[in-house]
Ligand binder design. Structure first.
Ligand code: CAA
Length: 382
């Protein structure tokens, strides 16, 4: 077993760290306070290959592997979680699915624009009444005699929805077939029949714009279908497996930023005549934070490695996301506690890390769904 990284992986990590520390972290407080979408920084990440890390260079990406993706995501998330949310959706949920299931023309048209940072992508599965139970979707795609589809319905909680040019959409094309009646479509938001609803006011990742989207007699052409008709649910699940590696990495980045700030603080802050880092209660928290952080990173790298080997990685991705997101929540909680009043104040980023961490236990499959996936894989029972 080799725990070292390749030169290329380290180079990409270095590029991500530089942008995160020089451009992203300094503006994170502003973006959190205003909710302003960080378009300039997203373009910069795209110009440096970070919006299509696993996208081959012929489609405008960096042509790197899933381990490089983890390393880069951690750095960006440590700079600001909201930026890493946009990065994760572009890389995993948008580009990954089209690379795996798309035609050559679809890859050229949709992947290139996102990988190069010229446009932003989104992924539309969730609806107002269906989140974890994704097959309960009501959005309908009705096939016409000429081979086109007429799409009607609503999708909610769409990350980057307010700014996305292209969207991977899942709609029910044959309702009586359940999961096997769902089809994936590639949507151009400039086309007639597409609309955006209200933007969600959120607890954290506030600069990653989220909204409802609506389809009113949107006409999709036959070559807008991603993969085959009826394959949509499997495409969504496969894409979410990859997405869960991205969210695990995001959780690690948030947790690492909170941990590093805490390490500094416990050496400086004095109480009862000594640095608080000399107190055993603080030391126990530091040790537990470090163990959870390393465990989360190693499990996430394992999932990325299995993906890179071309094997099924659903279980590894669920284990990584569950461990990393719960570690991020715990670590940011302890970081706020150790900082006391300063942890609760907006003068320091600890309270933001704490708010940002929470979403990692919810999106791309809640912790309950990860436990369900893991238990089903382990027991073979349904
Ligand atoms: N890869 C490939 N195929 C898969 C799969 C995977 N990971 N998981 C399931 N499938 C296949 C199954 O093999 C099955 O195929 P057959 O019909 O051929 O047997 C089919 O899909 C149906 O599978 P299940 O019967 O297991 O489906 P289910 O209804 O029991 O649901 C679930 C399983 C795990 C609960 C799933 O619905 C799930 O993961 N739900 C959570 C959805 C989710 O993560 N939503 C997040 C929204 S997106 C988001 O947050 C984006 C954002 O903006 C950041």
């Amino acid at each position: 077993m080799d725990f070292s990284f390749t030169e290329e992986q380290l180079m990409l990590q270095d590029v991500a760290r530089r942008i995160a520390q020089e451009k992203i972290a300094p503006s994170a407080e502003h973006h959190d306070r205003t909710g302003e979408f960080p378009l300039e920084n997203i373009r910069l990440l795209g110009e440096n290959g970070l919006m299509g890390i696993e996208v081959p260079t012929e489609y405008g990406g960096a042509g790197m592997d899933p381990v490089a993706y983890v390393l880069a995501m951690v750095e960006v998330a440590a700079g600001d979680a909201a930026h890493s949310t946009i990065m994760s959706v572009n890389n995993s949920l948008f580009c990954n699915g089209i690379l795996t299931h798309g035609s050559e023309a679809q890859k050229q048209k949709y992947v290139r624009a996102i990988a190069e940072g010229e446009a932003i992508g989104a992924f539309a599965l969730t609806e107002p009444q269906s989140g974890s139970d994704a097959t309960a979707m009501r959005c309908r795609a009705v096939k016409q005699a000429d081979g086109t589809y007429v799409i009607n319905g609503k999708k909610s909680w769409i990350t980057s929805g307010p700014v996305a040019r292209y969207i991977v959409l899942f709609a029910m094309s044959e309702p009586d077939k359940g999961a096997r009646g769902i089809t994936a479509f590639l949507i151009d938001t400039d086309n007639a029949g597409f609309g955006r609803g209200k933007t969600e006011p959120k607890l954290g990742i506030r600069a990653s714009a989220t909204c409802e989207i609506e389809f009113n007699d949107y006409v999709a052409q036959a070559d807008d279908v991603l993969g085959q008709e009826g394959e949509g649910f499997k495409i969504a699940m496969g894409v979410l497996d990859a997405g869960r590696i991205g969210i695990a990495s995001q959780a690690i980045g948030i947790a690492r930023a909170a941990y590093e700030a805490t390490l500094e603080y416990v050496k400086d802050r004095k109480a009862f005549g000594a640095a608080i880092g000399t107190f055993q209660m603080t030391q126990a928290k530091i040790a537990d934070m470090k163990c959870k952080l390393d465990a989360a990173l190693l499990l996430t790298l394992r999932a990325a490695w299995v993906k890179g080997e071309g094997k099924r990685f659903s279980n590894e991705a669920a284990i990584a996301k569950l461990t990393a997101s719960e570690a991020a929540m715990w670590i940011t909680h302890q970081a706020v506690q150790i900082h006391g009043g300063m942890g609760y104040s907006k003068e320091m980023p600890l309270e933001r890390y704490f708010r940002d961490a929470k979403i990692t236990e919810i999106y791309e499959g809640t912790s309950e769904i990860q436990r369900l996936v893991i238990a089903r894989n382990e027991t073979g029972l349904r």
